[in-house]
Design a protein around this ligand. Structure first.
Ligand code: NOJ
Length: 758
């Protein structure tokens, strides 16, 4: 027995240390098979088991006593990867157990939700998407990979590539907005940023495209809710960012919590095996979401834990995150001949392959360097990078009479609002790896920028939680009544030239489990804004929020509005630079802003309906009490300068599959400041074998122009851009007439027409 054991150890160690060879794919496969041969069934199943760290959680906590059992499981080799273990010290301690104390010494993978940074936080992903700047977004993910890997993380559960049209859903903050084309490009950029060109480097991390599939379409935006959508939306709207992620070489895919057309996605074999693996050839690891294998029981789909394990493994889910079901149930299913051991072997091979790809077999401690951790975490280079991203994420929604940018001198400023000196909310919801109160607040940013000539008044609290510090899982209590601070805020505003009001959502009003039934400005904040406006109408409204909000009153009354989302660690510095015009805002919305909650879903690429309007009589598709249009459309955002679009030209009116249409417009900076414009190209397919959206984004260009400068902006249109999932269930184009629109947002009105011919 003992001799066998020593031989095993020798063999495994032999395979583990041969660094050079791990670069060679074939040899890696040989090694994987050899390791697999050495493994007991329990050990194989252990690789498919992922546990949360022993100290902290991003989901419902396991029942009492479980933690200790988990620790014992780790020593028995019954854990393959962990999440929420952070920092070189903690990770080293656990990796040592895996490598030195388990029978085969197989290293663990350490995963974390590095969603928009680790310690140094960049803007929330929805904000970053508003930059439309793919290079900057890639760099932001690169920074996150650099920092998190220096703290020992090998794997991030990002990017979330779910499309959503419902701002009530708290997780829209984690995505790239409502548009499939843009989100697909952003998914690619972020995966490239996280994974780099070599996963085995100590400064890259494996990425995860999540949540497969359709989690962003939960009914009424209520988290974890049912999803019931048709094949057309699934294929044309939801799948493309996942396809783009697979094309970009994403290492892993996470399933969602939702059911889709009656089947929980974690147990949906047609989806995972049929579509993801067979159709799209995804070869990486599929991981469940937190407890989503177990949740198939309350879904009313799996009859019990055994059945849940069976459904999930048969569907193709390789790793069980925190359901604790694979490790307890899979063995019996094999013994009882309910599942074939080959299913286990297939999953384990993928998991071991990921460990090889990450270089963990080469050196299980390669990510664990105390010096590097100290040097990289929170370093000035990272802070500077997230500042650049933050400035580009801000969207100017309104600027009457050019109230912005502010003059640097001679202005008396009152800075008002519960978020004006908040150092937590700007960090957003996914701040679990970072430290509380580490964002530069707007007050701090402005004081640093212009000195101390600012009168600051909070005006009211946004939340009533003791100390204002909320945990990831904790409910927040909104202040709905206390207006006792209004008077001093009004006095400050009345004595000043300009009132800057910073309001919006607490960082924990969006994110997982943070759906809202109304998307208004919460608590007493709108009343505060109204009161301030009464005493001084020169108001600049700075919004911080993780979702589109109902801004109808503000839009009608307040002269200048900046949407700053949650901008991360450098919030106050970025906002100060934009307020004073050192950076001219260039962001454009990636989600439509509804006029009220009842309009939801409101999105630009909707269908025409059989009764489009407007019509004089009531018989057309509309609301009687609000317009059909959003308050601010997709793609919208102003600048301190102005841009003129003219001369839309196309070089041919007919296109076949072998040709390209060259399209151009003339763009001129007609204002007095240098600025950046996101020039957007939309195409409308006039008729199809299924109804087609009124227009779809098909291209965009970021153009930087000096005052008075003009330039021709060029696009190319080719047949593959016109493909869609059609009535034949094929991804193809259909002959006919198309319209092209180019302009500054999804209402672009410069128009041309062409025909796709045989
Ligand atoms: C649940 C979330 O849905 C998922 O996105 C996240 O990665 C896991 N929890 C782990 O924290």
């Amino acid at each position: 027995m003992k001799t066998n054991f020593l031989i095993l150890i020798f063999l495994v160690k032999f395979f583990l240390v041969s660094a050079q060879a791990s670069k060679n794919k074939d040899l890696v496969e040989v090694k994987i098979d050899s390791i697999l041969n050495l493994m007991t069934l329990d050990e194989k199943i252990g690789q498919m088991n992922q546990y949360n760290g022993f100290w902290d959680a991003t989901g419902p906590n396991p029942e009492g006593g479980e933690q200790l059992k988990k620790y014992e499981s780790l020593k028995k080799g019954l854990v393959g990867s962990m999440l929420n273990v952070r920092g070189v010290d903690e990770i080293s301690a656990i990796q040592k157990i895996a490598v030195n104390e388990t029978r085969l010494g197989i290293p663990l993978i350490f995963a974390n939700d590095v969603i928009h940074g680790y310690k140094t936080l960049s803007p929330i992903p929805l904000a970053e998407s508003a930059s439309w700047d793919l290079k900057e977004i890639e760099n932001s993910a690169r920074i996150a990979a650099l920092e998190s890997s220096a703290a020992g993380t090998n794997w991030t559960f990002a990017p979330m590539v779910d499309i959503s049209r419902d701002p009530r859903w708290g997780r829209v903050m984690e995505g790239a907005g409502e548009d499939t084309y843009l989100a697909s490009l952003i998914a690619k950029a972020r995966i490239k940023g996280f994974q780099g060109d070599d996963l085995s480097k100590h400064n890259t991390v494996a990425a995860t495209a999540k949540h497969f599939a359709a989690y962003g379409f939960s009914e009424s935006g209520r988290d974890y809710n049912t999803v019931d959508i048709g094949d057309n939306t699934l294929n044309n709207v939801i799948y493309p960012p996942f396809i783009s992620s697979v094309d970009a070489g994403v290492a892993t895919v996470m399933t969602g919590f939702n059911d889709l057309d009656g089947i929980p996605v974690t147990g949906n074999s047609e989806l995972i095996k049929g579509t993801l693996r067979n159709k799209w050839s995804f070869e990486g690891v599929v991981i469940s979401d937190w407890g989503s294998i177990r949740e198939m029981i309350p879904h009313g789909y799996a009859k019990n834990a055994d059945n849940a394990a069976e459904l999930a493994i048969k569907a193709g889910t390789d790793i069980d995150m925190e359901s604790n079901i694979y490790v307890r149930k899979l063995k019996k299913l094999i013994i009882d001949d309910i599942i074939d051991e080959k299913l286990i072997d297939d999953s384990v091979k993928k998991i071991l392959r990921l460990k090889f790809d990450l270089g963990l077999f080469e050196d299980p401690f390669k990510y664990l360097n105390k010096e590097r951790e100290k040097e990289i975490l929170n370093s000035p280079e990272l802070q500077n990078a997230v500042l650049q991203m933050a400035k580009k994420s801000i969207v100017l929604l309104k600027n009457s009479d050019n109230l912005l940018p502010l003059k640097k001198e001679d202005l008396k400023i009152a800075l008002i609002g519960p978020l004006a000196n908040d150092k937590n909310s700007p960090l957003g919801n996914w701040r679990t790896n970072s430290d509380n109160n580490t964002a530069v607040s707007v007050l701090e940013g402005m004081v640093k920028y212009i000195g101390n000539e600012i009168i600051y008044e909070k005006g009211a609290d946004l939340i009533l939680n003791p100390g204002g510090i909320v945990k990831f899982s904790e409910k927040i209590i909104i202040n709905e009544n206390d207006k006792s601070g209004f008077d001093s805020a009004k006095i400050a505003a009345s004595k000043s030239d300009i009132a800057i009001v910073v309001i919006g959502e607490d960082g924990f009003q969006s994110g997982e489990g943070r759906s809202r039934s109304k998307i208004d400005i919460p608590g007493v904040q709108l009343d505060l804004l109204k009161e301030i406006y009464k005493v001084n109408n020169k108001v600049v409204l700075i919004l911080m929020n993780g979702r589109p909000l109902d801004l109808s009153w503000a839009d009608e009354n307040i002269p200048a509005i900046l949407e700053t989302w949650q901008l991360g660690s450098q919030t106050g510095n970025a906002i100060a630079q934009v307020l004073y015009g050192d950076y001219n805002p260039s962001g454009k919305l990636t989600m439509s802003f509804p006029r009220n909650t009842g309009q939801i879903p409101v999105y630009y690429n909707h269908k025409s309906t059989g009764r489009p309007g407007p019509k004089k009589v009531v018989f057309w598709s509309h609301f009687n009490d609000v317009s059909n249009t959003p308050l601010y459309p997709f793609g919208y955002g102003l600048s301190y300068t102005s841009f003129k679009y003219s001369n839309l030209k196309i070089d041919k009116k007919f296109l076949n599959a072998n040709q390209v249409i060259n399209v151009s417009i003339l763009l001129e900076n007609t204002g007095e400041l240098k600025g950046r414009e996101v020039v957007q190209l939309y195409i409308k397919d006039k008729f199809g074998s299924i109804t087609r959206p009124v227009r779809e984004l098909k291209g965009f260009k970021l153009v930087d122009l000096e005052p008075g400068e003009k330039t021709q902006v060029n696009f190319k249109i080719s047949e593959p851009m016109l493909k869609f999932y059609n009535a034949e269930k094929n991804w193809e184009s259909e002959l006919g007439v198309f319209e092209i629109f180019i302009g500054p947002d999804s209402n672009a009105d410069l128009k041309e027409t062409f025909e796709l011919i045989q």
